[in-house]
Design a protein around this ligand. Sequence first.
Ligand code: SAM
Length: 281
Amino acid sequence: MQTEEIEDIEIQLLLDAIRLRYGYDFRSYNRASLNRRIRNCLTHCDFKHISEIIPRLLHEGLFLQRLISTLTVTVSSMFRDPEVFLALREKVMPVLATYPFLNIWHAGCATGEEVYSMAILLKEVGLYDRTQLFATDLDDEALAKAAEGVYPAEKLTEFASNYRVAGGKRDFADYATVKGGLLRVDPALRKNVLFANHNLAGDGVFAEMQLILCRNVLIYFDSTLQERVLTLFADSLARGGFLCLGTHETMEFSKLHDQFSPIVKKHRICRKSIQHRRPAW
Ligand SMILES: C[S@@+](CC[C@H](N)C(=O)[O-])C[C@H]1O[C@@H](n2cnc3c(N)ncnc32)[C@H](O)[C@@H]1O
């Protein structure tokens, strides 16, 4: 047997151990990227073989978070893909402005940059005070950073430039303070944000949403898990609710495709049908 084949067995055993011991199911993650990340874990944790991770994981509860941090990719930015935020500002906000109260869900919010970007956008269009934002992720360490809202000060130039392209109306520095090498977002942006652990691979619907953003998350899932998650979003959205996926993600191949109409196809923004679905009989 080749080393790679043995490693494949070890990876299957490891994924079973994570699921059976902690209930997190990584079996439907894109295998190539997951395998690469597990192999990286060997170097970080000073193990020779993947199977050596298993006893540590089973007997040391705290090791789970370390492993989750290795398996997930939490890279994000304020106003990431700024044209998407410009499209949300121009095409989605005017519709949301007609509702008395809004629920917005950032699924896979990572370290929070996306939800703070949305908070800024909502403030600028006058909708923040009637919006409840939900920011969820599987990774507790990322969520803790998100709730803190503190980023390296060097990010300021990138954040400010994205903000401008996204149609920002003020100076980005109005929303953050920079001191001692750290950029702290204005705590007022956090007022209506609820950060919570939610696992897209296992957890269910928790509120009726007018807008869901799930960007750069589905790319890590196989097609079965992508379909599960898209079904969860379809069930979580109010009629006429908006869904925004990542630039490399699509629902074109999903069974749910005909329940949605494209709003800005290029930026993966679509809208759940407003009409009642006709019963099958
Ligand atoms: C690349 S980040 C995306 C961050 C942000 N949405 C953006 O586009 O900048 C992907 C996030 O998805 C989260 N994630 C991965 N699997 C998940 C799952 N099953 N349930 C919830 N979040 C998950 C990861 O922890 C990570 O924080």
